[in-house]
Write a protein that binds this ligand. Structure first.
Ligand code: FEO
Ligand code: CA
Ligand code: CA
Ligand code: CA
Length: 664
């Protein structure tokens, strides 16, 4: 029902089958040695970022190992209904769906969720997140006090409405409003009252905020006010209500949060018998039935043919949204220069020349990797107080590119610029606004490489190599494999990495290789064994580098510990040293839960991790086989003890018992 395992890309872009024979040898050579910072420099002849390297000081060598913990066991059958971390670490529930953020009582999960309760409570299905220390407080205080800003990607209607027979329930405007309130972004004021005490939500909080599927937003950049963004309710094409399916995230050097709209198409539908899907709707998966939310039955905004006309409302989603978490009255802004697709996240990199790029993935089978390069440089001289105002338009002017991964390990960034590279009126693109609104179609024309579902990116803090997960693609046939997506029926996924020519984000050429192919080393089928140096995992999704260069890898497979996952177990968070390739299992999740979202305090000593949809088995009609976290397995929660144990997405906070850096 809510899976994005679909493909809407009909283009004939290269799958590089024609060159696969020549590339195999080269790929094997590239994959053989894990590439460390020094090797990158030799490989690409690139300069390295200074400062961080000296500061981090970790080289993954035996004397000072980057990873110091003993791996936790895989959560195989019979699964434990809890989050497990290695010996020497503690994990506790920090905030769960329905917990009040500032005022009023927590939701009692035994009762029906209401719009009013949800608007002042943590949203459903937590996802990407970032910890912002208070800029005006001393650095030390920032490790004990900050804003945890996180996404609430979607909701399970059966849990929201206290019934598991959603498909036969009447859809009402009230129910739609409650679900809209369960989506969006959370701003939570997090406080650790004592150096070794438990983290708490600071209540009341002047800064606590919910941004939802109805919060007014501005639209900026080249597509703002475009005819394709105008609706009867908003003839300006500049004011949108809400953000939806907020998956992963990003954060900027000027202190704002980026939230990314992924499977927005699933909320739309129509009962209009005359509905005929347009090619544009088809390219983005906008369809009559949607993902089964049925919002269109009670809210005409989500009806694709409410007045018999083609609705522009879907065009107002699929963007990256910038939010100032420290100003609760600020209006979120949809930044159209970054293109419209099923955005997983947005990862910002600044190079030695102060140029800025945002790396992004379009998470669907056979979709593309993108990069936005700002036309402006980062102004590092401006004082902290003027930082945000100075960079207000940083993400409005620049160039969007799609990636082509060549078989020889080189790559090219293809510019999505109107009037260039076939993106002309004659080919159906009226202007730059349309190029951005129809970014997928524009990238089709440029010949970008079709990938195995690009999910999270992560930027190495020292070398600026970009890593990106390709979570899986079981639809890729043997005839469609290519160097960057080398397995047919790719159930376990892989991680691609690249570095820009000259280590400049403005480069249009890059070098790439595969960091790893995930898999089960015990599988009898060599194609499914993977290339992991360490503990096995499948379907890498969440990805993040900490300040020392540990790569944290979060997974999103079925989470049942059956079939292909009998050995791998449920979903996990791994920790990898990218210099040696060594990978250890750091965290295991409850049954059917996905692990998604990770951030730490600036000192790296408190880590927040998202546990999404525990117990959700949509293959069996949303039966729930978990009672986490209210089963108390990771500490007491705020739920009433009386009600039925209903699984809830939640954020856990992890600390090391000796007070050290997480992962060390
Ligand atoms: Fe929301 Fe692609 O994960
Ligand atoms: Ca994801
Ligand atoms: Ca996923
Ligand atoms: Ca999932």
């Amino acid at each position: 029902m809510f899976s994005n395992d679909e493909s809407n890309n009909p283009s004939n872009n290269p799958s590089m089958q024609d060159v696969i024979d020549t590339c195999n040898h080269q790929r094997r050579t590239l994959l053989k040695g894990s590439i460390g910072v020094a090797t990158w420099a030799a490989f690409g002849g690139m300069g390295l970022s200074t400062g961080a390297l000296a500061k981090g000081g970790h080289g993954g060598n035996a004397a000072d190992p980057l990873i110091g913990f003993t791996p936790v066991s895989a959560n195989t059958l019979p699964m434990t209904d809890m989050v497990s971390v290695p010996a020497g670490y503690s994990t506790r529930v920090f905030v769960a769906w329905g917990d009040a953020l500032s005022h009023g009582a927590n939701w009692d999960p035994a009762t029906e969720m209401t719009e009013a309760q949800q608007l002042r409570s943590y949203g459903a299905h937590t996802d990407g997140m970032h910890f912002f220390p208070f800029p005006a407080e001393p650095a030390r205080a920032g490790n004990m006090h900050g804003l945890l800003v996180s996404n609430s990607e979607y909701n399970d209607p059966g849990l929201v409405h206290a019934t598991l027979s959603y498909s036969s329930d009447e859809m009402t405007a009230e129910r739609v409003d409650t679900q809209l309130a369960a989506h969006g972004v959370n701003v939570v004021e997090a406080l650790r009252p004592a150096r070794k005490g438990d983290w708490k939500i600071k209540r009341p909080s002047r800064l606590a905020r919910r941004i939802t599927g109805k919060t007014p937003m501005a639209v900026s950049g080249p597509a703002a006010g475009h005819a394709m963004l105008k609706t009867p309710a908003d003839p300006s094409g500049m004011r949108v209500l809400g953000t939806l399916n907020n998956c992963a995230n990003g954060y900027t050097p000027w202190g704002t949060y980026l939230t990314c709209e992924e499977n927005f198409n699933g909320y739309f539908g129509t009962t209009d018998a005359a509905f005929v899907q347009t090619p544009h709707e088809k390219r983005y998966g906008v369809s009559k039935g949607g993902f089964g939310y049925r919002w269109h039955e009670a809210d005409p905004r989500f009806d694709l043919r409410a007045d018999g006309q083609v609705s522009n409302e879907p065009n107002r989603f699929g963007w990256v949204v910038e939010i100032d978490p420290f100003d609760p009255k600020s209006t979120p802004v949809k930044r159209t220069a970054l293109g419209r697709f099923k955005h997983e996240g947005a990862w910002v990199v600044v190079d030695d020349n102060d140029n800025l790029a945002v790396y992004m993935g379009d998470d669907e089978r056979f979709e593309y990797v993108y990069k936005f390069v700002s036309a402006h440089k980062l102004d590092k001289q401006v004082g902290a107080r003027r930082m945000k105002a100075r960079h207000r338009e940083m993400l409005d002017h620049g160039t969007l590119y799609a990636a082509r991964f060549n078989a020889d390990g080189s790559g090219e960034w293809l510019a999505l610029v109107h009037g260039e590279n076939s993106l002309t009126a004659a080919n159906g693109f009226a202007d730059q606004g349309e190029v951005l609104i129809r970014a997928r179609a524009a990238a089709d024309l440029l010949g970008a490489t079709k990938m195995d579902r690009p999910e999270w990116g992560a930027v190495h803090p020292h070398s600026r190599e970009v890593y990106m997960t390709m979570t899986n693609n079981t639809a890729r046939s043997a005839a469609q494999i290519d160097a960057a997506n080398p397995r047919a029926k790719n159930i376990h996924g892989h991680i691609v990495r690249w570095r820009e020519a000259g280590n400049r984000v403005t480069a249009t050429a890059f070098e790439w290789d595969l960091f790893v192919q995930a898999g089960d080393s015990l599988d009898a089928n060599p194609d499914l064994q993977g290339t992991i140096n360490g503990d096995d995992y499948g379907s890498p999704d969440g990805l993040w580098f900490d300040r020392d260069g540990r790569l944290w890898i979060q997974t999103d497979q079925a989470g049942t510990a059956t079939g292909a996952y009998a050995n791998i177990g449920g979903n996990v968070m791994m920790c990898a040293d990218v210099t040696t390739g060594e990978t250890r299992r750091f965290l295991t999740a409850p049954p059917n839960a996905e692990v998604t979202g990770v951030t730490t305090t600036p000192d790296g000593k408190s880590m927040f991790v998202g546990i999404q949809h525990p117990g959700e088995d949509w293959t069996a009609g949303f039966t729930e086989n978990s009672s986490w976290p209210d089963n108390g397995a990771n500490g007491p929660t705020t739920a009433s003890a009386s009600g039925p144990a209903k699984p809830r997405s939640a954020v856990v906070v992890i600390t090391k018992d000796d007070g050290g850096v997480i992962g060390s």
